[in-house]
Design a protein around this ligand. Sequence first.
Ligand code: GDP
Length: 195
Amino acid sequence: LFAGPIEFLKGVVAMDGLPPADRVEVCFAGRSNAGKSTLINALTGRKALARASNTPGRTQEINYFSAGDNLYLVDLPGYGYAEAPVNVVAKWQALLKSYLAGRQTLRRAFVLIDMRHGIKQVDEEILTLLDRSAVTFQVVLTKSDKVKAADRDRVLAQVRGALQKHPAAYPEIVVTSSEKGQGIAALRAIIATMA
Ligand code: GDP
């Protein structure tokens, strides 16, 4: 799956800019600063494939990467910028809604959650949107190296509890650290089953 080259294909700002739905895709969502760019770079083994720092309020694009001929990796813009202008947020939400509800080839959304924080209200909004769009989503906890071993079970329990009320949730939670490499191979293997 990741043996072939992974290449940036395009940034999409409107539904009519989406590439042809001629292969399956998985998408990555997360609150800004959740570690999404770092994780995508770790997964693909490429540095700076996904931009590691996003500017709040800049044009929000859905970034498409091709992973071989069978799969697209789709990087959704981070959500939850406190300082993003209202019109930018509204435009982004409309695009996100259309994308999630209308993309037939979307197999799974990976929702990245900073393991130090667990699932917050701002995450709940996107999880609810995924439920309504009938897109199966899987939680990927990030930055596990920042959480003490003694605290990990508590966070996992909080996340499992929060997922109970989401019908679109895939039960298995993936714990990762891009820093230490934890969970990266496991996530890659999950993605490989989608293609
Ligand atoms: P994004 O906004 O979701 O794309 O988040 P970034 O990938 O830019 O990461 C946000 C910050 O968290 C950066 O300072 C990263 O270096 C840091 N970070 C990301 N992943 C990890 C991780 O696994 N461990 C640690 N310790 N820091 C991480």
